[in-house]
Design a protein around this ligand. Structure first.
Ligand code: GRF
Length: 211
């Protein structure tokens, strides 16, 4: 892979969501607390009535639904998302519980500038229900990964990770709750790293340049 430079053009975030939006809330709170120097330009849900839309509106952020249903193809939906994000002059896209695969139109519109948060220590347990997968495998440590989105599911360059212990009496639910606390810290920190620049993608590695 050819080495690429930081391409985040501004501090305007576009957040894609499908559900309750606790990670969106963590970004909103980090911005309010000045731990994160960014603006959320728009929140887009593919699900009507997602709790995340309410959280955004309560914070005075424009929140819209672009359903994945009713388009001739997946590509058309992704193109509509890319158009909306561009119309809001978004520099960095954050997937926050967005339950769709990101296709070529979005990846091409935002090269190396789409982040995802996944509740496992990738490359272990990609895909659905990673907390259940971790328990079933019997790992003693799990955690959260924030990574760049590429064409391969949950496999892009890793920007940040945080670990948590897995206890013998954990269920997927108790483990998910422990990981979620770390997610909320890790996402704001990773977004700040992206926006601060001074990083590059080297093969499959996300590398911060030395000062
Ligand atoms: C989080 O666990 C996130 O890591 C995963 O989906 C969940 C979304 O939760 N991708 P929320 O909507 O941010 O509360």
């Amino acid at each position: 892979m050819i080495e690429k430079r930081n391409q985040v053009s501004n501090r305007r975030l576009g957040v894609l969501v499908s559900g309750r939006g606790s990670n969106l809330q963590a970004l909103i709170d980090a911005i309010a607390d000045r731990r994160l120097d960014a603006t959320i330009a728009v929140v887009i849900s593919n699900i009507e009535g997602a709790g995340a839309l309410e959280r955004a509106r309560a914070a005075g952020i424009e929140a819209i639904c672009i359903s994945h249903r009713g388009w001739p193809s997946r590509v058309d939906h992704d193109q509509a998302l890319a158009r909306e994000l561009r119309a809001h002059d978004v520099g960095l896209v954050c997937l926050a519980g967005y339950m769709r695969i990101v296709g070529a139109p979005l990846l091409e519109a935002f090269p190396d500038t789409i982040l995802n948060i996944h509740p496992a220590l990738l490359p272990s347990f990609p895909g659905l229900e990673p907390q259940r997968q971790a328990i079933a495998h019997g790992v003693k440590i799990s955690g959260v990964t924030v990574h760049l989105v590429t064409g391969e599911l949950d496999a892009g360059p890793i920007v940040a990770q945080r670990s948590v212990p897995v206890f013998d009496d954990d269920t997927a639910k108790t483990l998910a709750a422990r990981i979620l606390v770390e997610e909320h810290q890790a996402y704001a920190e990773a977004v700040q790293v992206m926006l601060d620049g001074g990083w590059r993608v080297d093969g499959r590695r996300f590398v911060r340049n030395r000062a």
